[in-house]
Design a protein around this ligand. Structure first.
Ligand SMILES: Cc1ncc(COP(=O)(O)O)c(C=O)c1O
Length: 419
């Protein structure tokens, strides 16, 4: 089969190339791509939802930090600036990305650790002993499931599993059915890590509250790809990664959001000196710092915060509304290319077709896809990721991905299937 063969949809390869070029020409965010390292090469990066590309600015910001602040100010840097960064950058993230008023968001730990702390804090905020169920879903990211399973063991609680359609995600009806007078806390991802399904965050949050329970949202795949109104939806607790769409770099710290309503009685389980009031008094006994600062445990990771600050500045300038519009256009284009090239070869779309239910990535399943397929793509500088049992996940980072890059990457996936 020639690589120029067209699918039964009748869209020619030339037409797809023309369309990609036209979409790039009309893209109001197209110039943002120039801010990222490596976007001037032919490499097709389809995994910014695992690890975002670095900004060019980050190389300069980190070098300047090492030379001037770390190198120049030494330990004085903590008092002068660094100790305030988890809250200052948390507030910027809240404003630019999360729809959260100041004082509720902080940068700390890793997502896994933050989720553990939030889940325990949520449980502490539900003192009713009859509420002994934790609700979770089989499609959630492994760390989320393991955490809830571990906490259920620690606390003697019961797990109530939702089993979503793997090509979609958790629905409002499923949450209504799974929650009730025994529910304490519900943990869900706003965007499913495999299918890219975008959950109804406001509707589900309201349903959990109607059941008298609290909700913790994992925003790893939504922070920086969709508009999120945490305050508007009255979300209780939320957490997410900063190394995906926020480009904080490998292992950059996570963020935690605690609704102001829960802050006065916030009871998180890892009592460290950084979360204590007057940390440097080093006094006997733990008394939490007031507000979101009491969520901290240990010394903040400064490098990742420097890197993510560059992206937060870009997001504020571009606006999340424009970023979401481009994200929808990118995934819609990827689905059109899927229909033209991959569906005729027996691939299945394991993601929602409805843009209102879709986040920033799609997954394509084919019985012939394996880790080896993705390794071969990586060798050819086309970089999606593999999701078992036989899925290729195509992640489209709105600020750094071009439509031509999507087309090139999907052409390479098609060529692998054609053998
Ligand atoms: C949806 C989701 N939740 C949680 C995590 C875990 O994050 P971390 O490894 O930074 O703790 C990830 C990591 O990719 C993720 O994608």
């Amino acid at each position: 089969m020639s690589i120029h063969q067209d699918g039964p949809t009748g869209v020619t390869t030339e037409a797809l190339h023309r369309r990609a070029a036209e979409l790039d020409r009309q893209d109001p965010l197209a110039t943002y791509r120039d801010h990222f390292i490596g976007t001037d090469t032919p490499l097709s990066y389809l995994d910014g939802n695992s690890l975002g590309r670095p900004l060019k600015r980050t190389a300069d910001d980190v070098a300047a930090f090492v030379r001037n602040e770390w190198g120049g100010r030494l330990i004085r840097g903590w008092d002068e600036q660094w100790l305030a960064m988890p809250q200052a950058i948390g507030d910027q993230l809240g404003r630019a990305v999360l729809g959260a008023a100041p004082g509720q968001t902080i940068i700390a730990d890793s997502t896994t650790v933050v989720l553990y702390k939030l889940l325990r804090a949520a449980l502490a905020a539900v003192p009713d002993p009859d509420r002994n169920e934790l609700v979770l879903d089989t499609g959630n990211f492994p760390t989320d499931r393991y955490l809830v399973e571990g906490i259920a063991l620690e606390e003697g609680l019961t797990l109530r599993w939702i089993d979503p359609d793997p090509a979609a995600g958790v629905t409002l009806d499923q949450v209504r059915q799974a929650t009730g007078p025994r529910t304490a806390v519900v943990l869900l991802s706003q965007i499913a890590y495999r299918s890219g399904h975008l959950a109804d965050l406001p509707g589900i949050t309201a349903a959990v509250h109607d059941a008298g329970a609290l909700v913790v949202w994992d925003l790893c795949h939504s922070a920086g790809s969709v508009e999120i109104g945490l305050d508007g939806a009255d979300v209780d607790f939320a957490a997410g990664c900063t190394y995906k769409y926020l480009n904080g770099g490998p292992g950059s710290p996570a963020f935690a959001y605690v609704n102001a309503r829960h802050l006065p009685a916030l009871n998180q389980p890892i009592w460290g000196w950084m979360g204590r009031k007057d940390a440097f008094e080093m006094a006997a006994g733990y008394e939490p710092a007031a507000g979101i600062r009491g969520f901290l445990s240990g010394t903040p990771a400064i490098f990742g915060m420097i890197a993510m600050q560059g992206t937060l500045d870009l997001i504020e300038e571009a606006s999340m509304a424009a970023i979401r519009t481009k994200s929808v256009a990118l995934t819609a284009f990827a689905i059109d290319v899927f229909d033209a090239w991959l569906a005729p070869l027996g691939a299945e779309l394991a993601s929602p077709r409805d843009a209102g239910e879709r986040g920033g990535h799609i997954t394509v399943d084919h019985p012939d896809f394996s880790k080896a397929t993705v390794e071969a793509l990586w060798d050819g500088d086309v970089i999606p990721d593999f999701r078992s049992p036989h899925g290729i996940r195509v992640g489209l980072s709105p600020l750094s991905t071009s439509f031509a890059e999507v087309l090139d990457g999907m052409a390479a996936i098609r060529d692998r299937l054609q053998g």
